[in-house]
Design a protein around this ligand. Structure first.
Ligand SMILES: C[S@@+](CC[C@H](N)C(=O)[O-])C[C@H]1O[C@@H](n2cnc3c(N)ncnc32)[C@H](O)[C@@H]1O
Length: 315
């Protein structure tokens, strides 16, 4: 690609900081110190030969890394093709190939993406706070995950007990106009488990001056990224009889979460570094997990942990 074309594209609006030529890095919306925790978790998954789906890909930082980490097939997606031209440029420069799907609103993805088959890993990061109905979104995505597959769920949370959602009334959480809900940490964990996923790893970044875009002084909130393992119904039902009964009988679950597709998925062999072997892991208690200093990320210590993609990065 000609240098002048790269320079002109580099001067457009970018979501990520992406190195388009040695030393030429786009000015994304995130400061280089803001951590990108789904990326940090993703590198612990063994993607070689795996099928991966990324939801809300913008210019394709995560799909590029999925491909560079050896995925067999990568599907990027977004509501609109607003970044597709820049995504094509990134693919060319980084020597990777992946497909892009325009999905509109994030609801009913098992219908919209039914031709894609199942995925070993799905990244659902930075989108649940953008939708009116997070459960509707999860119900649509879960059937696309292979049995025993991995899903990264990352969103804004309230660091408090109880099963609640905080609404961004009058923009008191942040002024971004597409941002509606922050889940309490146990609420996020409950939704994850309700949709037959078990949290096996997580990272938490308290909102602070590190990222002025989402820092609300006096609000105990943060960004949480959770690596989840898909489990089968018999493995989860004894733990919460109400949830099992709800999955079996509620009109919402039965209508919005495609049971035949979910139960018809092949079994994935995807592995995650550090995960204990064995079936039906009890998983993490996310409220306890975020008190573990090893899981708290205040800022990105290096560009590979941020929203910055450099030419030599593979993860
Ligand atoms: C905050 S960005 C997150 C990008 C990326 N997933 C990440 O974690 O870095 C939000 C993404 O969701 C998409 N998005 C935002 N609101 C949406 C909505 N209501 N329906 C569908 N997609 C939406 C945006 O186009 C964008 O790709």
């Amino acid at each position: 690609m000609h240098d002048d074309l790269i320079t002109s594209i580099a001067n457009e609006w970018w979501y990520y900081n992406i190195e388009l030529a040695p030393g030429l890095i786009t000015k994304g919306t995130h400061l280089p110190r803001v951590p990108m925790m789904p990326r940090m978790l993703l590198r612990n998954a063994s993607l070689r030969g795996m099928d991966c789906l990324d939801i809300g890909s913008m210019e394709g930082l995560i799909p590029t890394l999925m491909a560079r980490q050896g995925a067999r097939r990568v599907v990027a997606s977004d509501a609109l093709p607003h970044c597709e031209k820049k995504m094509q440029v990134v693919k060319g420069i980084y020597g990777v190939d992946f497909d892009f799907r325009q999905i509109g609103l994030l609801y009913d993805l098992s219908t919209k993406l039914k031709e894609e088959g199942g995925f070993d890993l799905i990244n659902l990061s930075g989108v649940l706070y953008h939708v009116f109905s997070p459960m509707h979104v999860l119900a649509g995505i879960r059937p696309l995950l292979k049995k025993n597959g991995l899903m990264i769920v990352s969103t804004n949370v309230m660091n408090r007990s109880g099963h609640t959602l905080e609404f961004n009334a009058r923009g008191h959480l942040q002024t971004e106009t597409n941002t509606f809900w922050y889940h309490s940490v146990p609420m996020l964990e409950y939704l994850i488990r309700y949709f037959k996923l078990v949290p096996i790893d997580c990272l938490y970044s308290p909102h602070s001056e590190v990222n002025p875009a989402n820092f609300a002084p006096g609000v105990n909130s943060g960004y949480m990224s959770v690596m989840c393992r898909a489990v089968d119904e018999p493995e989860v039902q004894d733990e919460d009889r109400w949830a099992a009964a709800s999955r079996a009988a509620s009109w919402e679950f039965l209508s919005l979460c495609n049971g035949p597709m979910l139960s018809g998925q092949p079994r994935s062999t995807i592995t995650y570094a550090g995960e204990l072997a064995g079936s039906a892991p009890p998983g993490l208690d996310l409220m306890l997990a975020i008190d573990d200093p090893a899981r708290i990320v205040h800022s990105a210590g290096r560009s590979q942990d941020a929203h910055t993609l450099r030419l030599l990065d593979v993860s």
